[in-house]
Ligand binder design. Structure first.
Ligand code: NAD
Length: 321
C-alpha cells in the first residue's frame, strides 16, 4: 500500500483524519491561502487535495500542481473545481454525493417550519423587545400556518429533493416535483419501529409546480442563469414561499427581494447566496428572510459520513498499482 501525502485545505472530520494518519498517510490540515496553494502542494509533494466549497481549484492553479493525483470535494457541488481541466491534466476528481443529503433536507425543513411561524423574525425581535412589547409581538406572529395539507414544490428531484419529499410526506404534505431528467421516483419512508411505506412520485412540469405549490424548494445543480426569476415568481400563488439551499444564483436574489417587499411571497429562506461569502446587506436585513450561512451539510453526522467516504477514496488510490 502506498503512503500518500494529503492536504485537507478546508478542514476534515477528526475521525477521518485519525484513520488516515493511522493508515500511515501524511495529512496536513492547515488552511493554505489561494496565493500560496501551488507552492505548498509542490514543495510538500501533495498527492491528494481535499476541499469543501471555500477553496477554488481553477485551471490556472491546476496547471501549476505537479505531484497532484486526486482532488476530493468533501461534499456535492463541483462548481468550485474546473473538473474537465483537472482530468485533462490526469488529476482525478471525486466528490461525496450522498453523504449530506439528509442533513440538507433537514435544514430545509427547519427553514420551512421557521417561515410559517415567523420564527426568523421573532428570534430577531424577542431579544430586543420581548420584555417591553410581548403582547404586540404575540399579535404580530399570531397568523402562523400549518404545513400539513399544504403543497411542497420540489425543483430538482435528485438525492436531496427526494430526502425532503420523504420528510414532507411524513408531515402529511402533498409533494409536487419537477425534474426534466426524472420521470418517477420511488421513496421508502422507514419508521422507528421497523415499519416502512413506499411512495411513487411522478414528476410534473415546471409550470404546475410553480402555480400549485404553497412552498417551493430548489435542489438543482449550480446554473449560469437563475431558474427562478421575476416571471417564475409571478406564476406562483400569492403568499407562497421559496427556499434555496442549492446554490446561490439559481434564484434571482433581486426578484426575490422585490417579491418579499411587495407581499407576493410571504417569506423565503436562503442557505446559499450568489455572492458568498459576502451576501448583500439588504438581503441579510430583510425581515421576511430566514437565513443560514451555507450550513446545509454541516452536521456532525454528515461530516462523519463524508469523512468515511474520503477514507474509502484514499484507500482505493493507495492500493492501486
Ligand atoms: P443530485 O445530482 O442528486 O440532484 C440534482 C437533480 O437536479 C438531478 O436529479 C437533476 O436531474 C436535476 N436537475 C438538473 N437540472 C435541472 C433543472 N434545470 N430543473 C430541475 N431539475 C434539474 O444533487 P443533490 O445531491 O440533490 O444536490 C442538489 C443541490 O444541492 C446541488 O446544487 C448541490 O450543490 C446543493 N447542495 C447544497 C448543500 C448546502 O450546504 N446547502 C449541500 C449539499 C448539496
Amino acid at each position: 500500500m502506498k503512503k500518500l501525502r494529503i492536504l485537507a485545505n478546508d478542514g476534515l472530520a477528526e475521525t477521518a483524519a485519525a484513520r488516515l494518519r493511522e493508515a500511515g498517510h501524511t495529512l496536513f490540515t492547515e488552511h493554505i491561502d489561494a496565493g500560496d496553494l501551488a507552492r505548498f502542494i509542490n514543495e510538500n509533494n501533495i498527492d491528494v487535495l481535499i476541499v469543501r466549497s471555500a477553496t477554488k481549484v481553477r485551471k490556472d492553479l491546476l496547471q501549476q500542481l505537479e505531484p497532484l493525483k486526486l482532488i476530493i470535494r468533501a461534499g456535492v457541488g463541483l462548481d468550485n473545481i474546473d473538473v474537465k481541466d483537472a482530468e485533462a491534466l490526469g488529476i482525478r476528481v471525486r466528490n461525496t454525493p450522498a453523504a449530506s443529503s439528509h442533513s440538507v433536507a433537514e435544514l430545509v425543513m427547519a427553514h420551512l417550519l421557521t417561515g410559517v411561524r415567523f420564527l426568523h423574525d421573532s428570534n430577531r425581535e424577542m431579544p430586543l423587545r420581548g420584555d417591553q412589547a410581548f403582547k404586540e409581538l404575540k399579535k404580530r406572529y399570531s397568523k402562523g400556518r400549518e404545513v400539513r395539507g399544504k403543497t411542497l414544490g420540489i425543483i430538482g428531484f435528485g438525492r436531496i429533493g427526494r430526502e425532503l419529499a420523504k420528510m414532507a410526506i411524513g408531515l402529511e404534505m402533498k409533494v409536487l416535483a419537477y425534474d426534466p431528467y426524472v420521470d418517477e421516483a420511488e421513496l421508502t419512508l422507514r419508521f422507528f419501529d421497523g415499519q416502512k411505506a413506499v411512495f411513487r412520485i411522478r414528476t410534473v412540469d415546471f409550470d404546475t409546480v410553480l402555480r400549485q405549490s404553497d412552498f417551493i424548494s430548489l435542489h438543482v445543480p449550480a446554473a449560469d442563469k437563475p431558474l427562478i426569476g421575476a416571471a417564475e415568481i409571478d406564476k406562483m400563488k400569492d403568499g407562497a414561499a421559496i427556499i434555496n439551499a442549492a446554490r446561490g444564483g439559481v434564484v434571482d436574489e433581486v426578484a426575490l427581494y422585490k417579491a418579499l417587499d411587495s407581499g407576493k411571497l410571504s417569506f423565503a429562506a436562503l442557505d446559499v447566496f450568489r455572492d458568498e461569502p459576502q451576501p448583500p446587506v439588504q438581503l441579510l436585513m430583510h425581515p421576511k428572510l430566514s437565513l443560514s450561512p451555507h450550513i446545509g451539510a454541516s452536521t456532525v453526522e454528515a461530516q462523519e459520513r463524508i469523512g468515511d467516504e474520503i477514507v474509502r477514496l484514499i484507500d482505493e488510490l493507495a492500493h492501486e498499482d
